[in-house]
Design a protein. Structure first.
Length: 198
């Protein structure tokens, strides 16, 4: 099974059909996967691309080994669930999928919630927009110099010290917002946006 070089197909109008031609316009997406490449779940990127492609998407690419999968697909509200089911069936363990369109990824990458004063910036992706009361409870837990802000379905965490030395954590985000999450550095998100969507 072959994969089209992503540099040749950045725009959705060049979505390839299985026979190598050009099909109808598709959307470009990123699936941010949770815990797909850990010591107990070591999935090679070529294997991951193959599994995701079998969910019926096209032009599959990955960026670094933290579970960032870029692809073209028809708009479908059940797409994330379909990919999750395919991953669990073929890999043998559940893999939560946090799906964003190319436009959404660019918007997240371009966010500067702390202006020019951001330090280390981590972005947590959420499955849905959290309740305002949960957001307030989360933001109140920030211990200076750490800062937290929620914009839409993302949490932006700015911190100076290494994350292991901060009282904040991805687990705390999930607990206080009452929903699962997966986290990436802002650098990773911005590089994905720059490499694949600009």
């Amino acid at each position: 099974m072959s994969f089209v070089a992503v540099e040749l197909c950045r725009k959705p109008i060049c979505a390839h059909t299985p026979n190598g031609g050009y099909g109808a316009q598709m959307n470009r997406y990123v699936a941010f996967l949770k815990a797909v490449n850990t010591p107990s779940r070591n999935v090679k990127m070529d294997r991951l691309r193959s599994v995701v492609e079998s969910a019926g998407v096209a032009n599959v690419a990955t960026y670094i080994a933290s579970g960032n999968v870029i692809f073209d697909a028809d708009p479908d509200p059940g797409l994330a669930i379909s990919i999750e089911e395919t991953l669990e069936t073929q890999l043998g363990f559940p893999v939560p999928v946090y799906l964003r369109t190319s436009a959404e990824v660019v918007a997240v990458a371009d966010q500067r919630p702390y202006g020019d004063h951001e330090e280390r910036l981590e972005i947590s992706f959420l499955p849905t927009t959290p309740e305002s009361a949960a957001v307030a409870a989360l933001v109140e837990t920030a211990v200076p110099p750490d800062r937290l802000i929620v914009i839409g379905r993302e949490v932006y965490w700015s911190h100076i010290s290494p994350r292991t030395e901060s009282p904040h954590s991805e687990a705390r985000v999930a607990r206080l917002l009452g929903m699962p999450t997966t986290q990436r550095t802002a650098t990773t998100v911005r590089r994905i946006a720059d490499r694949f969507f600009r």
